[in-house]
Design a protein around this ligand. Structure first.
Ligand code: SAH
Length: 224
């Protein structure tokens, strides 16, 4: 998988050098290229934002640098071009899985009050939100998207089972997990988990999943 990110703050993506995304990149399982939108500004001061027509607070990102950056990075429109936006379709696990099957993703990060609508209409395929709250820029949402998508890219996760049982992979949230020590500050691991009885363990985990889903996210059960 090849991912291109268009941003005014490419240094923020250094965070993806660590952990899962960093290891995946080292192993050559995906490539990430961050492009600084400012480098494409035709303005002599490399300006990339201006005040909104019609008035209102804040600044809006101008269309020219974004349009030229997209044209340079994806001239043949081979990538699915995504704009991170609180206005977009809300990301969920089934969409993450769908996106992980694409070979090329281009992700545009907005900043300030947003982006001139014309360049979105001209160049963007879909708008994606990471939830019903507003961040100051699209960089953290883009990193959330990249991290979640990479977990489905073959060989990125050590154990290929790991996405199967997880929260949202089924309609239920994940059951509680325990590891060593068996007794931590006087609290024992649930006995069923050390019984070695696989059918009982499976049943216990399913019951716990149901209980947690009912408590925290009853809407997931209603959807079903
Ligand atoms: N005025 C805009 C918000 C701008 S926030 C509005 O009311 O819709 C600045 C940028 O941060 C956005 O252009 C977008 O790229 C990013 N952003 C903020 N919240 C986001 C979210 N929940 N999901 C995805 N991107 C988000």
């Amino acid at each position: 998988m090849k991912i291109d990110v268009l941003t005014l703050f490419p240094e923020m993506f250094d965070a993806l050098n660590a952990s899962l995304a960093g290891k995946a990149r080292e192993k050559g399982l995906y490539s990430l290229n961050c492009h600084n939108i400012r480098d494409y500004s035709a303005d002599k001061h490399k300006k990339c934002d201006d005040t909104p027509f019609g008035g209102g607070a804040g600044m809006v990102m101008t269309p020219q640098p974004i349009h030229d950056c997209i044209a340079a990075v994806d001239p043949e429109h081979k990538s699915l071009r995504i704009f991170m936006s609180p206005r977009g379709r809300v990301l969920n696990q089934s969409l993450v899985k769908e996106l992980s099957e694409k070979d090329n993703l281009l992700i545009l990060c907005g900043h300030y009050e947003g982006v001139d609508q014309r360049v979105l209409d001209m160049d963007i395929d879909m708008e994606l939100s990471i939830g019903d709250y507003v961040l100051s820029g699209g960089e953290i949402p883009a990193m959330a998207l990249i991290d979640s998508v990479l977990r489905y890219v073959p060989d990125v996760l050590g154990n290929c089972e790991s996405t199967v049982d997880e929260s949202f992979s089924q309609p239920l949230l994940e059951y509680p997990q325990y590891t060593r020590p068996q007794n931590f500050l006087g609290v024992e691991v649930p006995e069923v988990l050390i019984s070695g009885h696989h059918a009982n363990i499976k049943k216990w985990r399913h019951e716990k999943s149901l209980e947690i889903t009912r408590k925290n996210r009853p809407d997931l059960l209603e959807d079903k």
